[in-house]
Ligand binder design. Sequence first.
Ligand SMILES: [Mn+2]
Length: 324
Amino acid sequence: MTNNTSSEDIQSLFQSNDRILIVSHIRPDGDAIGSALGLGMALRKKGKQVTVALADGLPSNFRHLPGSKTVVNAINPDQQFDLVISVDASDLERLGNVVNGRAIDLQIDHHVTNLFFADHNFVEETAVATCAILAENFPNWGLEFDPDIATLLLTGILTDTIGFRTSNVTSKALRIAADLMDAGADLPGIYYQNLISRSYEQVNYWGFALQRMQKRENVAWTSLILADREQSDYNGNDDADLNTLLSSITDCDITILFVEQKDNHIKVSWRSKPGFDVSEIAFHFNGGGHLAASGADIPGSLESVMEMVLQQTFAYLQTKKRLQ
Ligand SMILES: [Mn+2]
């Protein structure tokens, strides 16, 4: 499967269709939101009627973005669209139930695992973000930037590259970002807002976990329990991005976070340094993920899950040592 469209095709799709629906993946991140809203705004500037729909709506940490109030999380099944576009989603399932069986006319994405599920597929695997593909191609597609659009697209690039520090970052990505700055995006502001700033409640929530942190050999672990969430008044996502902090500990090759859930189960996440494959451990518990970041949902009490997971993690390290 391969790309089957060109910039000329895309430009004429935009020119000849008026009622446009843009969708992206469930649990939307900065790139999903930035690309859906950025493309939507650029098409509205061309006089198009645009609906941006995300099955899970917009997480609170992205509600500061321009145009965020226009996002809907469901569409009337009878509503007619001339053109349905998916951005930043590798397959139909990732869209959630927002398209209600409508076919996807055009998709723009950068995931290696993309299934080329649209009539017109524009997939660029080497792009650091879908927002980078949009920024690079807007001029070819007859679309223009303004400061809001540039802000949305740079938000996607910055969040998908965690501030230009993922291994796929290229000089081209930086040139695209520079062009977006010229178009009016405030890079330091976007950086602070999306990658640095945290609420008092979030950091307070971390505090409970940090106090309980333990370390044995090259493994550190800790837990967040339901009571911590209540005491800190934190109401954001499960791990509160604590994994990012844990994974920065220099002398630990593997870090593990246990997050207690309602109904007697524990969400476990592993992070590892290069050379360690934590997906192998997660797989043992019916979980999965990537070499360096994996997770599993395990039924049981915190104590029992912790014991099983630590045992399995140290067993993995033992086997690895023996093989070396
Ligand atoms: Mn992306």
